[in-house]
Design a protein around this ligand. Structure first.
Ligand code: HEM
Length: 536
């Protein structure tokens, strides 16, 4: 009897599923027809459920292949389309590098798309709930809370940036012959951005640059925060470890929960303890008003700390911590990656290095001076520097891959039908992948010289939806101006100080290999020697 009941339940379930699926399909077809949509081309698959592409993506590094050039770009080329569907682990996913579609996804049909719950689940173990991992009202609240903190006055305060520049110069010394030793600049850039970001967030840098080489003991609040976090360089190391785990969880797609372990949990605990310390301090200051606040000495400026500004908006200590970590994750590696690629292209192209140096000396002089200060505004109007930054972000896009999920049945303007010009219907829950790295290499949008690093192409070019290094629409990168200012400042100061750069090692003769983690960075680092300028 029990078997019979079970059999009936199973039959009823199958019947119910088939009918609802049939009705849903019929409703979706009617929706597509009413909107003039036609299906896009579908990528052929050799293995069932589209396992083949996922497997190739997971193993490409091991096979010495480049995920972007050898897999994703190759697939776009093989399809001969800028929009197509494919099957990934049984789900039909849309891929597009069509500016009109990207504008719809990110801006004009913003409400029809979301980040989706998966990002929250993949990163939540470290980041909890914050601007970067949320959608809907919580994201709106976060964005409104942060917007004023990225205003020009905050970004223009470059005192801490100069301090971090000095620390970098200190740890990359020049020998008697006027040259630095052979140095991989990349780790120095990662520490530079960690130091400036923590100063912006906590009002105090973790000083990872000095701590890494000199075993510098922390003082003041940083010492207390570090003690809570189990050591002085603990935070930087734990943050690096946790971030590598986040990248693995992102790659594991829906199987992110398999990527877990004590090392990750230990790092997360330490990072949270460290951040909690500053959150508590800011909350105490707020509670006790001026009593707890250090009165600035005469002539001393009051230090800005994002966490102190945020306590005016929320007193929820968990939210404050998660939001701060979200900003740190979004802003640190992206900017360090940009700096690394800029120095790769400058090393590979001495004529661009010389031209950029000349323009920097003309705009800012050979050393910092009150006559020609390096500020947010002067960096913005340093034209060739801006062109170099844009061209680097075009060819070496820090965030090369992105995606969204349809929040309801919706329509994208192009990509359907035999010639790819008809609108495309998307189902609620369907994922759309877009790859700014490949968009930035579309010959029809950028010209025959698309693969060449040519800052001059930016002369008079308007920024539109064919250039998306910072994404676009209401969720455009909140730290865009902050990042360009920090990166521009360091590049300006480096080129004031050094008048020649030389690559070290064999790999400079070949195309730079890349590592795709949460960001895309040069796999072989930036191994160079730099010559100190006579006038510096
Ligand atoms: C070269 C440096 C940077 C690049 C290329 C970059 C790129 C991006 C991109 C592509 C997104 C969109 C992500 C998505 O659509 O899911 C984003 C979002 C974001 N970025 Fe940046 N970013 C950079 C630096 C920074 C910095 C320095 C900060 C903060 C200090 C920052 C804070 C954020 C935040 C908070 C978001 C989430 C915005 C939201 O969802 O409303 N970014 N960034």
């Amino acid at each position: 009897m029990a078997v019979f009941i079970l059999f009936c339940v199973a039959v009823l379930y199958i019947l119910y599923s088939s009918i609802t699926s049939y009705l849903s399909e019929r409703r979706f077809r009617a929706f597509a027809l009413a909107n003039g949509c036609e299906p896009p081309a579908h990528a052929p698959a050799k293995w069932p459920l589209g396992i083949e592409f996922v497997w190739r993506a997971l193993t490409c590094e091991r096979r010495g292949l480049d995920l972007l050039d050898d897999l994703i770009m190759a697939r776009y080329r093989a399809m001969g389309r800028n929009t197509f569907t494919s099957t990934a682990l049984g789900a039909t996913t849309l891929s597009t590098i069509e500016p009109a579609n990207l504008q719809a996804i990110l801006a004009t049909k913003f409400k029809d798309f979301e980040i989706g719950s998966r990002r929250h689940k993949q990163f939540g173990i470290l980041l909890g709930k914050n601007i970067f991992t949320s959608d809907g009202p919580f994201w709106e609240h976060s964005r409104a809370m942060f917007r004023p903190q990225f205003a020009r006055e905050q970004i223009n305060d470059l005192e801490a940036t100069e301090k971090a520049v000095q620390a970098l110069f200190h740890v990359v010394p020049v020998d008697e012959d006027g040259w630095t030793a052979e140095t991989d600049l990349m780790p120095f850039f990662f520490r530079f951005t960690l130091d400036t970001a923590t100063e912006f967030l906590f009002g105090e840098s973790v000083e990872s640059q000095l701590a890494a080489v000199e075993d510098v003991a922390a003082s003041g609040h940083r010492a207390m925060a570090a003690e809570k976090a189990g050591g002085d360089v603990g935070f930087a190391e734990a943050f690096d470890t946790a971030q590598s785990w986040m990248a693995l969880r992102a790659r594991a797609l829906g199987f992110y929960w398999l990527v877990d372990g004590t090392k990750l949990r230990k790092s997360v605990k330490l990072i949270r303890q460290f951040t909690d310390y500053y959150v508590r301090l800011a909350l105490e200051k707020k509670e006790h008003g001026a009593e707890k606040e250090k009165i600035p000495e005469k002539g001393e400026k009051k230090k800005y700390a994002l966490v102190e500004a945020l306590v005016n908006e929320t007193r929820d200590s968990e939210e404050l911590r998660d939001q701060m970590l979200g900003i740190l994750l979004a802003g640190r590696d992206t900017t360090a990656t940009l700096l690394s690629w800029v120095f790769i292209v400058l090393t590979k192209n001495p004529h661009i290095f010389n031209k950029l140096r000349e323009s920097i000396l003309a705009d800012f002089g050979p050393a910092p001076s009150p006559d020609k200060p390096i500020t947010f505004a002067s960096l913005k109007s340093s034209k060739y520097l801006q062109h170099v930054l844009h061209e680097t972000l075009r060819l070496h896009t820090s965030v090369p891959l992105n995606s969204r999920v349809a929040a309801r049945d919706t329509v994208l303007p192009v990509g359907g039908g035999a010639d790819g010009t008809k609108p495309v219907a998307m189902r609620k829950g369907q994922q759309v992948n877009f790859t700014p790295y490949i968009l930035h290499r579309r010959r029809d949008l950028w010209g025959e010289d698309v693969e060449e690093f040519k800052p001059e192409r930016w002369e008079g070019r308007r920024i539109d939806w064919s250039f998306l290094p910072f994404s676009g629409g209401p969720r455009i990168c909140l730290g865009q101006q902050y990042a360009l200012t920090e990166a521009g400042y360091l590049i300006g100061r480096m080129l004031q100080r050094f008048d020649r750069i030389e690559g070290v090692g064999e790999h400079w003769q070949k195309k730079p290999r890349k590592k795709i983690s949460l960001t895309m960075y040069p796999l072989d680092g930036v191994k160079v020697r730099l010559r100190m300028a006579k006038e510096a």
